[in-house]
Design a protein around this ligand. Structure first.
Ligand code: PAF
Length: 271
């Protein structure tokens, strides 16, 4: 595995990968969710590339950029064990006063975008940079960050980028909690509280299996399970993130965001 820490080192290592490259961009503190993206990238391509970069432009003022978990040595070992061919760990990939990619108005202003101003501009900008550097044939993203996945897919289509965006299932702990690097912030007790997110989605799924298709009824049932957590949103949307009043199989995403103590968690279910 080549560990490239500068753009020059990356370009040199990339030139040696003659074949299809599958890419998993990450912010590090790797967990089984990331490893499942890497595994798919390896299986479906000649080479697997991973980036680890805590991207400053996607964090707002007062968010957790400074304390975001950084586990460089452990991450390198995990990538090596997973058979990654190229690991890109730059110090920065920005210079001053650069152009940015603007997330589309609606996409950037709903759900996560409504709470985290400019978050998706930062995500799209760094992903565009990373795509241009790594030049992958396929890029792997988790469905847990559903709005991010949707906006990146839109960006790739809009800019005619020749990269297939592959969406990957959310990896969960045995109790149901969706894996996230931010779970590291949770105390033992908060971890139990955090289970309410997946439990609320499982409850929704049960109701839908029993033929409940009214979004309002599902939202109410989710809110009931989430109590007493502070809810940022519960949304039921179609695959283009438009709110829908009735659930249609194969076309619906249920998204939730809630706070467990000081930690904001998101989860979702694709119906
Ligand atoms: O999902 C993430 O970890 C980040 O948003 C990403 C895609 C690596 C961009 O910084």
């Amino acid at each position: 595995m080549v560990v490239a820490r500068t753009i020059e080192e990356l370009n040199e290592a990339r030139r040696d990968l003659r074949g299809e490259v599958g890419f998993a961009p990450t912010m590090g503190a790797l967990h089984a969710g990331h490893l499942s993206l890497i595994e798919r990238a390896k299986k479906e391509n000649d080479f697997a590339a991973v980036s680890i970069y805590v991207n400053p432009t996607q964090f707002g003022a007062g968010e957790d950029f400074e304390r975001y978990p950084r586990k460089e040595e452990a991450d390198i070992a995990l990538c090596r064990a997973a058979g990654v061919d190229l690991l890109f760990m730059p110090k920065t990939i920005y210079s001053e006063d650069e152009p940015i990619v603007r997330a589309p108005l609606i996409g950037a202003s709903i759900l996560e975008g409504a709470i985290r101003a400019n978050h998706f501009d930062g995500v799209l900008t760094v992903v565009m940079k990373l795509f241009n550097l790594i030049k992958p044939q396929r890029a792997y993203f988790g469905k847990k960050d559903a709005q991010q996945l949707w906006l990146i897919t839109k960006m790739v289509r809009s800019f005619f980028m020749d990269i297939a965006i592959v969406s990957c299932e959310t990896t969960r702990e045995s109790g149901g909690l969706a894996l996230s690097s931010r779970n590291a912030y949770l105390s033992g007790n908060e971890k139990k509280e955090a289970l309410k997110l997946s439990e609320s989605l499982f409850e929704a799924s049960k109701l839908i299996k029993r033929s409940e298709i009214r979004s309002l009824a599902i939202v109410q049932a989710i809110a009931e399970v989430l109590k007493p957590l502070a809810i940022d949103y519960i949304a039921i949307v179609d695959r283009d993130f438009k709110p829908i009043e009735t659930i249609k199989k194969g076309e619906t995403i249920i998204l939730i965001a809630a706070r467990v103590g000081a930690t904001r968690l998101i989860d979702n279910m694709w119906i």
